[in-house]
Design a protein around this ligand. Structure first.
Ligand code: FMN
Length: 210
């Protein structure tokens, strides 16, 4: 193709090829140059947002687009079960088996169950929406009319849940107005039927369409 180019363009093409070769060779020799640099727009945008502050409502709305299941996190306190509704439950590691949850630092229940270091996480079924609401009301008798059973380690799980995990608390990280709790799974029961889980996003419960 270069044979069809005027001589001036051929010189220019050769020059560009040389520059490109230099860049490639430099990148191969210097590993730091292979790190992806932030996209210019994203970098400028996040800096501006840091300075101006993030709009709380917009943040909640955006985070709300990330749908998930709903759990009830429980433990024993003074011989009685205690618990609270928790959506921010997520898997961390298979080996070792670790899960995590994010707890509001204003929770009155979590401090009472953390002392035993053993908690249970019940993944709610689609028909357990009322239980989700019940365990989200601070200062009420959350266990009124609730059937539960103990895990091998003695933590209470909600009857009829889709699955449950018995865990020992490994560590806690204070993060803003929440505490991120990392816990090791010590026993579990997976779903024995095909019932769908309760789903929550955009500020409400949603039907899970398989
Ligand atoms: C669907 C749903 C999801 C929730 N997810 C969380 C959560 O991830 N972390 C949390 O700390 N609270 C969450 N809450 C709120 C707590 O359940 C509520 O603040 C708690 O039960 C307060 O009671 P307590 O003072 O007895 O702890 C959620 C509530 C609902 C209805």
């Amino acid at each position: 193709m270069s044979l069809l180019m005027p001589e001036r363009d051929q010189v220019l093409a050769a020059h560009i090829a040389g520059v490109l070769t230099d860049i490639v060779e430099h990148a191969a020799a210097d590993p730091s140059s292979r790190r992806p640099s932030p996209l210019p727009d994203a970098r400028a945008g996040s800096r501006a947002r840091d300075e101006l502050g993030v709009d709380r409502d917009q943040l909640k709305a955006a985070l709300g687009t990330f749908g998930s299941g709903v759990t009830i996190v429980t433990g024993m306190h003074d011989g009685a079960p205690a618990g609270f509704t928790c959506q921010s439950f997520f898997s961390v590691s298979l080996d070792p088996p670790l899960v995590a949850l994010s707890v509001m630092s204003t929770s009155t229940t979590y401090p009472t169950i953390r002392d035993a270091h053993r908690i249970a996480i019940s993944v709610l079924a689609e028909d357990q929406r009322e239980l989700s609401n019940q365990f989200a009301r601070s200062g009420t008798d959350k266990w009124a009319g609730v059937a539960w059973a103990a895990t091998p380690g003695g933590a209470p799980v909600i009857a009829g849940c889709v699955s449950w995990f018995e865990c020992e608390i490994e560590s806690e990280i204070e993060a803003g107005d929440h505490i991120v709790v990392i816990a090791r799974v010590t026993a579990l029961r997976g779903s024995q039927d095909a019932r769908p889980p309760l789903m929550y996003w955009s500020g409400g419960y949603q039907r899970f369409e398989a």
